[in-house]
Design a protein around this ligand. Sequence first.
Ligand code: PHE
Length: 343
Amino acid sequence: MKEIEKTAIEEISKTQTQEELERVRLKYLGKKGIITEKLSGLSKLALPEKKMVGKELNIIKKNITDAIEKHSSEIKKNVLSDISKNVIDTTLPGKPFDFGKLHPLTQVMNEVKNIFVNLGFNIATGPEIETDYYNFTALNIPKDHPSRDMQDTFYIGEQGNNGTMKQELLLRTHTSPVQVRVMENQKPPIRIIAPGKVYRHEAVDASHSFVFHQVEGLAVDEDVTFADLKAVLEIFVKKMFGENIASRFRPSFFPFTEPSAEVDMQCLICKGKGCSVCSQTGWVELLGCGMVHPKVFEFVGYDTEKYTGYAFGIGIERVAMLKLGIDNMRLFYENDMDFLSQF
Ligand code: PHE
């Protein structure tokens, strides 16, 4: 046994790393280690021998344990002095630590929400699976009317008993149905934005996707005018893109607003001089808006003589592409880490 102790201590003193030392520890003191096995073999011995050998073995075990501990702190000391002797190059760059962050679309969405919340708008939400009524009819887009062609729609049929459609469900093509839902449940004054996903039956390309994001806006009260709409959207463009960025209102058409307009902003790329991004016009289209059509007020039971309102719908992908200088919408949905980590 003394011989075993001697070789163990020798082996311990020869180790140079904690890993080597651990291997020696296992060899002697591990579950199947030499000393451990001898200790469990004690039961086979007669009592007086058992006592004597047991005592001796425990002393050896303690000596080996002490030697390991002592040598372990020795190794540690050596490592430290190696560092101070520059054996380990502490000037090497560290390993980067990746933090999670919000998706660029979420970041831009949050920024848009903040701007309008600071202007006094509340946030409203509505379902992504909508009825035909809220998505179209109540927004003055009647069945079989050509204006339905403006938005290619994913219909979801729900069958009734006799094979007819029970209720015509669809994936909302815009956030405008939230306007109707809010007005059905609240009396003016109303000032809301409705952020969310919308769906269109589109082929995917650099500027189209079958699912994208909008932020709807709606303000209704007595004496709300087109000037209020213009002021709010001009503030939005300046807060979002910078104080010197000009915007303009261009006449347009939407069935649920009259008059309707689209807002263009000065092209950020060429600062209005004309380039390929703005098709040499110096302007890029940003959003649709207008004064709420009296027909829409009639659907929700508002007094069209008393109340007026404005509405707008902002495409978030478009804002994000302009703001972050991204020329391909597909990049937002591919989850490529090299792309995402830039924002
Ligand atoms: N809902 C319209 C669209 O998606 C945008 C819009 C919203 C226009 C509100 C006017 C008022 O195209």
